[in-house]
Design a protein around this ligand. Structure first.
Ligand code: SAM
Length: 752
């Protein structure tokens, strides 16, 4: 924080209080309202913007309601005037303000939900109130943090009822003094005033921007403790949202039995995705180096430069979005971001200097002046010559500019060439006219639809949430396909359907290369790629073991949401053929190019929406050996033995889940960057009468150290197969590969 104090600046106060600042301004209370407006906190809605806080609070309140009569009585009594059991000491203030109307986008969001039934439907309020729970706004509390919520806040349970209070930057086990800033039905949010006793594994955060920057909420927690917390979050979410408690208990019992058999007390590792720690969920696979791991970072240009805690300077700057805003930027260029490599940080600083020297200005709302929106730096290890396994000597860097008008290209070209001359590893500079977030287009508030997001690295305003090219007030296009790139920023980097213009090449080549698991991948600006290449190797290795492909390369693998083909291509050597399905055409082109780059000839990539393939499957004859050009374009895929799904944060649609149920695959490996939606999907696939799958393993993988995000690999096995396997264990063990191949290439349903 020294950094902020030492800056001598001329400032203008714009009425935005610091996060949870002493007197929250109208703007910041609007922020809170947006967080929940229009959300029904059911698992169903997680894909459309509801936060895990709400879900957590909902399940907590449901548990409380179910737990004891006393609590039920007190809840009931809470609706009467003299029932404020634990707020008696504090006079209740009743808000006389009218209840705010839900914004239109929130209503639209709800209308767009097509995800089907939720596991535990129960509405949360449409807007926060100043009172209504056992606490009220402004009340000071002493709390102990019980655990982390999925979005990085500490969950504190207020005695005696266990009412949930979420406190920012609070770690499990930490005692804090906090002030309530908003109260909603079922939970409250509070800002930390002081840490009374820190987490036993607290460490000094190495980044000078820690705190104000919303990106690394866990940086002050020792890395091993972060991994433990993430594992716990995964288990809790699968139990609460996915109703997978019995399955996890069974996995835990099996693991315990294995340990007893081993007689050594070691953890089980049956080749099904990893070792199982307590509760049926494996210990999270951590990174060897939890810093400088990101191969892609997005930085925003703005005329509103935030100098924490509460100053905003009107000057052009480049940095990370201030949490809860869409156009106020924390300038991080001076010290760089510790999550990306040193060379990328140097390039970042130089790029900012050159564009400003060139006279280019950040886009400014509401004046409409300026054209610069964002800058993305992608890095890769570079292309490895065919057949070589030696490390690549020099890395590759690619810059992508997002601008609001094509006129910026001419001025950016000399900047691109100058950067190319100065940075030998910079292989390309591209630019794209990007859509502006809806609020800019409408000229209303700087709050993106779906509520405000925390730091830009986490989400930022979601790309394509609204769009305009040049005309303020023009109608935004329909929402784009979510590309799962939530941690990666938007637009240029994210790819699909952003309402953005074509990519313009300003210098060099429009793609970079990276290496994962001995394979080289070409990555275009519009294609998804795992943002932590080193850990992607660990992830794909876990997926390979989880797939449990039969010996003899007899299986057909379907890689749904395949991106640049990484997972499918990693499995290609061990299976008969791979078919990848991906909606982004640039990613499909990359995947095809990656197959030939790595001399892989048993992989086919289909550009299609996964949601449409079930219909085509049912309509099609499925015995053809591989998709032809005609079937590939119509989304027809062959009957798979194993399906890998790695969807975007919204998880699987009902159609996609139905496809998994009916496609006949014996195994599904579900890779997810959002355990909440994954839990919802697993509930559909594994629970209830006729559910086709059984949960076999759960392996968290830490792709995003210091953030509250976690990747989870779960394995599902078809139930019919399990029964058959039990009955014919001996015969199965001696089945010839040829017979297995015959089964695997059969028509849809032949395995069932
Ligand atoms: C989380 S990424 C996974 C990519 C890949 N498995 C990897 O590890 O690099 C999700 C991918 O799904 C794609 N996608 C999103 N919605 C889709 C849909 N409805 N149908 C097909 N692909 C989709 C995105 O473009 C993105 O490439």
């Amino acid at each position: 924080m020294q950094y902020f104090k030492s800056r001598a600046v001329s400032v203008s106060h714009v009425g935005l209080a610091p996060p949870g600042g002493p007197s929250r301004s109208a703007a910041s209370s609007r922020t809170n309202r947006h967080d929940v407006v229009g959300c029904t906190a059911t698992a169903q809605n997680l894909s459309s913007g509801c936060t895990i806080f709400q879900l957590w609070a909902l399940t907590r309140s449901q548990e409380r309601l179910q737990s004891t009569t006393a609590i039920r009585d007190s809840q009931k009594a809470g609706r009467t005037s003299n029932s404020r059991s634990n707020v008696d000491a504090v006079p209740q203030k009743r808000s006389s303000r009218p209840r705010p109307r839900r914004p239109k986008h929130a209503q639209q969001q709800q209308q767009q939900q097509t995800s089907g039934s939720a596991p535990s439907p129960s509405p949360l309020p449409e807007a926060p109130s100043r009172s209504g729970g056992p606490v009220h706004v402004g009340q000071e509390l002493e709390l102990e943090c019980a655990r982390l919520a999925l979005e990085g806040k500490g969950v504190c349970l207020l005695p005696p009822t266990g009412f949930v209070v979420l406190v920012e930057r609070t770690l499990p086990g930490e005692h804090v003094r906090a002030e309530v800033v908003s109260v909603r039905r079922g939970y409250a949010e509070a800002r930390k005033l002081a840490s009374l006793s820190p987490h036993r594994n607290a460490v000094p955060p190495p980044c000078p921007y820690f705190g104000p920057c919303g990106g690394c909420t866990l940086q002050s927690l020792q890395y091993e403790a972060q991994l433990q917390e993430k594992r716990n979050q995964v288990e809790q979410t699968l139990r609460r949202v996915g109703r997978l408690g019995p399955s996890l208990d069974q996995l835990a019992a099996e693991a315990a039995a294995c340990r007893r058999d081993d007689d050594g007390g070691g953890e089980s590792n049956g080749g099904d995705g990893g070792s199982r720690a307590g509760g049926g969920v494996a210990a999270a696979a951590g990174c060897q180096d939890p810093f400088a791991y990101r191969n892609k970072m997005m930085f925003h240009f703005s005329t509103k430069c935030w100098l924490p805690p509460d100053m905003v300077e009107e000057r052009p700057c480049l940095g990370l979005l201030r949490p809860g805003t869409a156009d106020v930027v924390l300038p991080v260029v001076q010290h760089g971001c510790k999550l990306q490599g040193a060379e990328a940080n140097v390039l970042l600083a130089r790029a900012e200097q050159l564009v400003l020297e060139q006279g280019l200005l950040p886009y400014n709302h509401p004046s409409g002046k300026g054209t610069l929106k964002h800058l993305i730096i992608r890095s890769g290890s570079g292309a490895r010559p065919a057949g070589s396994v030696a490390p690549v000597a020099a890395g590759e860097l690619l810059i992508g500019f997002g601008v609001t008008h094509g006129s910026a290209m001419k001025q950016l070209k000399p900047v691109a060439e100058a950067l190319g001359g100065e940075f030998p590893n910079l292989v390309g500079v591209v630019a794209q006219v990007v859509a502006l977030p809806q609020p800019f287009a409408r000229g209303t508030a700087a709050v993106p639809p779906g509520g405000l997001q925390r730091g830009s690295r986490d989400r930022g305003p979601r790309h394509g949430d609204g769009a305009r090219k040049d005309a303020p007030g023009s109608q935004p296009p329909p929402p784009p396909a979510d590309n799962g790139d939530a941690l990666d920023g938007e637009d240029l980097a994210g790819g699909t359907g952003t309402g953005a213009g074509p990519v313009t090449l300003l210098y060099g080549t429009p793609y970079i290369h990276d290496n994962v698991g001995g394979l080289t991948f070409r990555i275009s600006p519009g294609s998804f790629f795992q943002t932590n290449s080193r850990q992607a190797e660990v992830l794909y290795d876990i997926v390979r073991r989880a797939a449990a492909l039969r010996p003899g390369a007899v299986d057909t693998v379907l890689d749904l949401y395949c991106g640049t083909g990484t997972i499918g291509l990693s499995l290609a050597a061990d299976c008969r053929r791979v078919v990848g399905v991906e909606v982004a055409d640039t990613a499909v082109e990359d995947a095809r190019s990656n197959a030939s780059l790595n001399s892989i000839d048993n992989a086919t990539f289909v550009c299609a929406d996964v949601d449409t393939i079930q219909r085509n499957l049912l309509a099609a004859t499925l015995e053809e050996p591989a998709p032809t050009a005609a079937t590939a374009t119509s989304g027809v895929v062959p009957a798979p033995d194993v399906v890998i799904v790695d969807p975007a944060r919204g998880g699987l649609s009902l159609d996609a889940a139905a496809f998994l149920s009916r496609c006949g695959a014996r195994r599904v490996v579900y890779v997810s960057c959002n355990v909440a939606t994954q839990a919802r999907d697993l509930d559909r696939l594994c629970n209830g009468p006729g559910a086709p799958f059984r949960l076999v393993s759960v392996q968290p993988v830490d792709m995003f150290p210091h953030t509250d995000h976690v990747e989870v690999v779960t394995v599902l096995e078809r139930r019919e197969l399990q029964l058959a396997a039990t009955a014919t264990a001996t015969a199965t063990a001696t089945t010839a590969p040829a017979a297995a191949a015959a089964t695997s290439s059969g028509a849809l349903g032949s395995v069932v």
